[in-house]
Ligand binder design. Structure first.
Ligand SMILES: [Zn+2]
Length: 348
């Protein structure tokens, strides 16, 4: 199925993203900036919300010298004369949280996050060695992942540390259902699981502005993965529940300000497309396991038929497992006894 099928119906009010060191005003007192990333997904969006005399920042980019230089260009350029007031971080992935520690220390900012994202950021930073050993390694072996791909997945824990500055030891919690006043605006706080544990989104109902972070993107289906820390987790169930909640709570015509890609209108169409995308992938896996039992790694080519490099394979595997756990929890797939040391799945 083509995930882009609803895309022609989305509208993109700002066709040109801001150049490095520049901003685009997406609403009065709400600026959009973009930071480069050294990945195939080559950018992340950051927003600045007028907050009294200064700017509250939403997300902050990865911890590289180039991102620090881009911050300096913004602070010397479009943001000059108005200080940063506080830093809101949507979730603990390095492209969003990377420079949080650096910014909070340098500008004496309070850090606002959901509790799970804050603690998970600390958890990874405090335990770098365990990410590659013991149950974390065995998890991938049990599911039949190749030795090469296993090494790459395990090393991601260490890669994270190189791209994140140490988090402050205190934070202010953002909780689902609460409100947050920033300058003249009142935002409703939403959190959602799936892409990460408790990702924060902000909705200004009066102006119909939805800062959606990575939960809903215009062109990309956000990565929804099972990680070794919670091997029987159901992130896809949490993600689909979050999509339904957003459909019920956020206006269909809201201007969506996402973590990647362009701001857009057409939220409900996009939520529907993402829902159909995952339903289709679930159906593919059940069908494959009806024909013959498959391990999670044998299901990767079913969902991702193209050639994958080991890095892509590691993400693809974790995403397949999210669909597997979802289907096992809902009695559509079942685990078979591991005859050769590899766990395989059959259709129920
Ligand atoms: Zn993310």
């Amino acid at each position: 199925m083509d995930l882009q099928q609803h895309e022609p119906l989305l509208t993109f009010p700002f066709l040109q993203p801001p150049a490095p060191g520049q901003t685009v005003e997406v609403a009065p007192g709400l600026l959009w900036a973009r930071f480069a990333l050294p990945f195939s997904l080559n950018h992340v969006n950051v927003y600045f919300i007028a907050d009294g005399d200064g700017w509250a920042a939403f997300d902050c980019g990865i911890a590289t010298d180039s991102t620090r230089e881009q911050w300096q260009a913004l602070l010397d350029g479009p943001l000059a004369g108005r200080p940063l007031t506080r830093l809101i971080i949507s979730h603990h992935h390095p492209d969003h949280i990377g420079l949080a520690g650096w910014l909070c220390e340098r500008y004496n900012l309070k850090l606002l996050m959901s509790q799970a994202e804050y603690l998970e950021g600390h958890y990874i930073a405090l335990n770098p060695d365990q990410m590659a050993e013991g149950p974390f390694r065995q998890f991938y072996v049990d599911h039949g992942l190749s030795a090469e791909a296993t090494e790459i997945v395990l090393r991601q824990g260490h890669g994270y540390l190189r791209m994140v500055t140490p988090l402050p030891h205190t934070f202010r919690r953002l909780a689902h259902g609460e409100r947050l006043r920033i300058g003249d605006r009142e935002f409703e706080i939403y959190t959602g699981g799936g892409h990460s544990s408790e990702q924060v989104m902000l909705y200004c109902r009066a102006e119909n502005l939805f800062i959606g972070a990575d939960q809903v993107l215009a062109k990309i289906s956000p990565n929804v993965s099972v990680w070794a820390m919670e091997p029987e987790g159901d992130p896809l169930g949490l993600y689909r529940r979050s999509l339904r909640e957003l459909q019920g709570q956020i206006d269909a015509d809201a201007l969506v300000l996402p973590g990647h890609n362009l701001p857009f209108r057409g939220l409900h169409l996009r939520l529907q497309a993402l829902e159909e995308h995952h339903a289709h992938r679930c159906a593919q896996l059940v069908e494959a396991c009806r024909v013959a039992p498959h391990s999670a790694s044998e299901l990767v080519p079913v969902m991702f038929p193209r050639e994958l490099d080991p890095h892509q394979l590691s993400f693809a595997f974790s995403e397949v497992l999210a669909h597997v756990n979802y289907l096992v929890d809902r009695d559509q797939l079942r685990w078979m006894p591991a005859a050769d040391g590899v766990r395989r799945l059959a259709a129920v």
